[in-house]
Every structure is written in structure tokens, then in C-alpha cells.
Design a protein around this ligand. Structure first.
Ligand code: AMP
Length: 193
């Protein structure tokens, strides 16, 4: 299956993506993870993306569209994938539609996580504290200041995607404020598996 998970940072897309990977056996394609890996490896893409990511703004469409175009060509993604954090702009969605059309492929669902933004800020603070308590490095953009910029980017650049996918009849929504297992169940019902 080819699935897009849509929702603001901290909505639980990553958590549900991991569960979908287990259930469907298709890979999670997280542009955030791929970009962080590029930053850590010091690749040309990583060098370009680092400052933008640290500020909580969006990396250019060209960069992420290129990353995804390469990634979906890999063997493990041939039978499907779960997109987590891509597309994030209408231009990315259009480029992605074109990519799929060129390959004769179709999306199965776009699942939007509806959330309460005030609670999201609390979630992100908690996520940073828990990561720190485990002795793991905390993401530089997981702090309330940068988080506000990330939410603004979502509101201004990504939220229009729900209307975009509604028009294509692809959009399904889940309540992202529900307990993790309930959200998993809601997604299961949407996908019918
Ligand atoms: P995430 O892990 O999905 O929260 O992404 C972390 C950061 O990576 C974002 O705040 C952006 O700077 C960048 N990023 C990830 N995915 C995209 C995308 N599809 N378009 C633009 N920037 C992205």
C-alpha cells in the first residue's frame, strides 16, 4: 500500500508509521529522518539543509522531492511505502503525483491526524524530556521556540494539503489526540487491514 501520513509535528505520525511498518511490511519513508542522516553524514544536501532545519523552517521542495524520487526507486519501496513528513507543500504534492503517474502507480490513502495545537507543545516538551532521560541526544528543533516555527510552517505551507487531497477523494482523518492504540485502530479501519 502507498500511504501518506499528514499532520503537524508531534501529531504521532512517526509512532503510527512504525506500527504500520510492522503490520504491512512496507518501509516508512521519513524525509525528516533522511535529512537528519544527511546532516549527520555531512553530505551536500545535509550541509544545505542543516540551518533551515535548526530554525524549524522547510527545506526546499527541490531537495526533498529529489530525495523521495530516489528513495521510492529502491527495492524495498517497490511494493509500497508509508510517507511520514512528505509531502509538506502543495508543490511537493504535485511533484509527487506526477512521479506516481509517470510510474503508473496510485496512492491508497492520505491519513490526516487532527490535533489540538496547545497540547502539541506540551507533547513536544515531554518528548524532549523523555529523550534526555534516556540519555539520548535531543533533536535541536524539539524545543518550544523552534516548535512554534515548525507549527507555523505547518499551518501556512502544509495544511493546504488537506484540501488538495480532499479534492482527489484520498483524504481520511483520525483524531490524533486519542490514545496511541485508538489511533492505530482507527487507521486499521480506514485501510481495511
Ligand atoms: P520532521 O522530522 O518530519 O519533523 O522534519 C524535521 C525537519 O526536516 C523539518 O522541520 C524540515 O526542516 C525538514 N523537512 C522534513 N521533511 C520535509 C519536507 N517534506 N519538506 C521540507 N522540509 C522538510
Amino acid at each position: 500500500m502507498r500511504i501518506i501520513l499528514l499532520g503537524p509535528p508531534g501529531a504521532g505520525k512517526g509512532t503510527q508509521a512504525v506500527r504500520l511498518v510492522e503490520r504491512l511490511g512496507t518501509p516508512q519513508l521519513s524525509t525528516g529522518d533522511m535529512l537528519r542522516a544527511a546532516v549527520a553524514a555531512g553530505t551536500p544536501v545535509g550541509l544545505k539543509a542543516k540551518a533551515v532545519m535548526d530554525r524549524g523552517e522547510l527545506v526546499s521542495d527541490d531537495i526533498v522531492v529529489g530525495i523521495i524520487a530516489d528513495r521510492i526507486e529502491e527495492q524495498d519501496a517497490k511494493s509500497g511505502f508509508i510517507l511520514d513528513g512528505f509531502p509538506r507543500t502543495v508543490a511537493q504534492a504535485e511533484a509527487f503525483d506526477q512521479m506516481l503517474a509517470d510510474k503508473g502507480l496510485k496512492l491508497d490513502a492520505v491519513i490526516e491526524f487532527k490535533v489540538n495545537e496547545t497540547e502539541l507543545v506540551e507533547r513536544i516538551v515531554k518528548r524532549a524530556q523523555e529523550t534526555e532521560a534516556r540519555g539520548e541526544p535531543v533533536r535541536k528543533d524539539d524545543n518550544p521556540e523552534v516548535f512554534k516555527t515548525r507549527l507555523d510552517a505547518y499551518r501556512n505551507q502544509t495544511a493546504p494539503l488537506s484540501a488538495y487531497y480532499e479534492r482527489t477523494g484520498m483524504l481520511k482523518t483520525v483524531d490524533g489526540m486519542k490514545p496511541i492504540d485508538d489511533v492505530t485502530q482507527a487507521i486499521r479501519e480506514i485501510l481495511g487491514r
